[in-house]
Design a protein. Structure first.
Length: 178
């Protein structure tokens, strides 16, 4: 399916053109959290996420925020899939080691990084908006103010939601949902 094939494609193209620089910034943030030696560049990561969305043919975006959310998710999945292809399980754990911003004062160990990924999935099941905020905060590295701007809410609202979301993530990681 090409970008010209449907009205959905026109909407996606519009969202992509209006969000491209911001998506490159998010991709840059994701890549900065990766260990040295990764092979992606920010532009390539954004383009790969677009290709993955096009291939899925299951995209219908309600608004720019929904599109942005899908793109962040696809960029994250691209990094994870690339690591899984290159590494055995033990090497994969080491490769995926990166600091999850604002969850702890120290870096998470590789097993906790995977637990965090599963906790996000569990949060998605019970609180999709909370999972979206967690992805934007932890995976993309956006500040509370940037998330608030993107979601058109106050910074204080995001700060309150983040306190609740962070505690849910900790509970999920410790309860073994992961």
């Amino acid at each position: 399916m090409s970008l010209q094939d449907s009205s959905h494609s026109v909407v996606m193209r519009s969202f992509l053109l209006s969000s491209y620089e911001r998506l490159r910034g998010v991709a840059d943030g994701i890549l900065r959290r990766q260990p040295p030696g990764h092979t992606f560049q920010a532009t390539a990561l954004v383009h790969e996420a677009v290709v993955r969305l096009l291939r899925s043919q299951n995209y219908t975006f309600h608004d720019r925020v929904h599109f942005f959310r899908a793109m962040v998710r696809e960029m994250h999945r691209t990094i994870i899939d690339a690591a899984r292809k290159r590494r055995s399980r033990e090497e994969y754990l080491e490769y995926m080691k990166y600091q999850v911003q604002d969850l702890t004062d120290t870096s998470l160990d590789p097993v906790e990084v995977l637990a965090f990924d599963e906790a996000i999935s569990e949060l998605e099941r019970i609180d999709p908006d909370g999972a979206h905020i967690a992805e934007l905060r932890c995976i993309s590295g956006l500040t509370h103010a940037e998330i608030a701007s993107l979601l058109s809410v106050s910074t204080r609202t995001i700060e309150r939601r983040w306190a609740h979301i962070r505690s849910r993530l900790f509970v999920a990681m410790q309860a073994g949902y992961c």
